[in-house]
Design a protein around this ligand. Structure first.
Ligand SMILES: [Zn+2]
Length: 386
């Protein structure tokens, strides 16, 4: 019986050690990006222009890349089913406001009611909420990221100008600016004001920016609008709007990202922001391990759960059955993760899962150790060893 007891003890030690190792190598190895990449990038598109569905989505599919599309409720109405399919394919839908308010200096704004100079915080707040509800009603998702129309994040004029960044920080996980000239430092950037760069209709220019970002290890966000299909359309300069890119340029860009996926992590804005959020709490700039209180709370709760649950189990079933229950729970949780990966969050949920497992196993270990030294405990007959 003594021998059997030590086997149980070893099994739980191995169980704990394996998950601790997985957890440590995965999250505390000192790497800034999840799979040892050198930088991260998000491809984003604004305004839900129909060419994004017709040209960008098939190219993204060809290279298995996921992008973030910032939409206004009114711009997706005519092709709802196709936008839903975009979500099913793993892309992210973000919010690009209700009415696309910008400074009246942009001639397309046209209406003084739509001019940021004439907005109030209350009006902006109401519209952000309404647009989120509308997008949810149309597509069945809650937008977690916002893109400032025209990259402008102020309201009012002169002495009464206010920023609406705090509103975006309140309602969203991230806000993306536009026409910026630098990338985002994962250790420093404000998620409510992520820098976004225009995708240039010149692959070599885009490549040059990406290659520079590879040296800094930062997070790059690229912004596109319309796309054009054929080079003949491109020759007709009058047809080209300033912000458009050709299908050919976009294809080359995606091909480059695909060929360099070892070094470049391409994912949706929310995926990258969620990852940076977790990393910020865990690794300092010098990659020192720092477990913040949030994680400590999770760990302590799980240790407690491990102690309580295993104490309870030891009274009613044998060690062998306890291990079977643990393995069953592990399989069920993994199936849950596979299901959740449909929504693109798996890379971040599993960090917590592993954390919980390690803490839970530690709790289980404490119980086993304690039971070993308390033979008089009222436990299941199979677990009494002498
Ligand atoms: Zn826009």
């Amino acid at each position: 019986m003594k021998k059997r007891k030590s086997i149980h003890y070893i099994v739980i030690v191995i169980y704990t050690a394996v998950f601790t190792m997985l957890f440590v190598t995965k999250n505390y190895a000192g790497n800034k990006w999840p799979h040892h990449e050198k930088m991260a990038i998000s491809l984003t598109f604004d305004d839900a222009d129909e060419t994004q569905l017709d040209i960008a989505v098939p190219i993204l599919k060809k290279y298995n890349l996921k992008a973030t599309f910032y939409v206004l409720p009114k711009t997706i109405m005519s092709r709802i089913a196709e936008w839903k399919k975009v979500i099913d394919e793993g892309h992210e839908i973000g919010n690009h406001s209700m009415r696309h308010p910008c400074s009246l200096n942009f001639t397309f704004v046209g209406d003084t009611e739509n001019a940021l100079e004439n907005y109030t915080i209350k009006k902006m707040s109401d519209e952000l909420v309404v647009s989120n509800i509308s997008i949810n009603n149309l597509l069945g998702i809650n937008p977690l990221s916002f893109a400032y129309p025209c990259g402008q994040n102020f309201i009012g004029r002169g002495k009464s100008v206010k920023s609406y960044v705090p509103l975006v920080a309140k309602y969203f996980l991230s806000g993306r600016n536009y026409h910026d000239e630098s990338d985002n430092d994962p250790n420093f950037c404000d998620f409510a004001q992520l820098n976004g760069r225009q995708i240039e209709d010149d692959f070599l220019e885009d490549k040059c920016l990406i290659d520079n970002c590879l040296k800094t290890g930062f997070y790059m966000v690229l912004v596109g609008h319309k796309l054009y299909n054929s080079s003949s359309e491109l020759k007709n300069k009058s047809n080209i709007e300033e912000l458009s890119i050709s299908a050919e340029t976009f294809d080359k860009l995606c091909q480059y990202l695909d060929e360099h996926k070892k070094d470049i992590w391409t994912s949706t804005v929310t995926n990258v922001v969620t990852y940076m959020n977790l990393q910020k709490g865990e690794c300092s700039k010098e990659h020192l391990i720092q477990i913040k209180s949030k994680h400590l709370e999770v760990m302590l709760s799980c240790i407690l759960a491990g102690i309580l649950f295993n104490t309870f189990l030891l009274r009613i079933i044998s060690f062998r059955n306890i291990m079977l229950i643990h393995i069953l729970c592990f399989i069920v949780l993994n199936l849950f993760l596979i299901w959740i990966s449909r929504f693109g969050y798996i890379e971040f949920f599993d960090v917590y899962l592993l954390l919980m497992m390690v803490a839970y196993s530690t709790g289980a270990l404490i119980v086993i150790y304690w039971m070993q030294n308390n033979h008089k405990m009222c436990i299941h007959p199979d677990n009494i060893n002498d």
